[in-house]
Design a protein around this ligand. Structure first.
Ligand SMILES: [Zn+2]
Length: 70
């Protein structure tokens, strides 16, 4: 996603960034997970500005993929 994408400390693959939603709160948060094996590394980010930035980037990505005809 950007230059600061962290890597798995076990296998050094870049971590996948996924958006998840709290079951109780319904608030979105960011989940970092090793793309190779989820047992290696899993982490959650609840820092609002970062979560909102990821949300925005995902929405941009969606728009581009669908070619804007919605
Ligand atoms: Zn790994």
């Amino acid at each position: 996603m950007n230059a600061s994408t962290p890597e798995c400390p076990i296998c050094n693959h870049p971590l996948s960034v996924e958006l998840a939603r709290g079951r109780r709160s319904g608030k979105p948060f960011v989940m970092l997970r090793c793309a190779q094996d989820g047992r290696h590394f899993r982490a959650f980010i609840n820092h609002r500005p970062y979560v909102e930035e990821v949300l925005r980037q995902l929405e941009e990505h969606e728009k581009h993929r669908q070619g804007g005809n919605r």
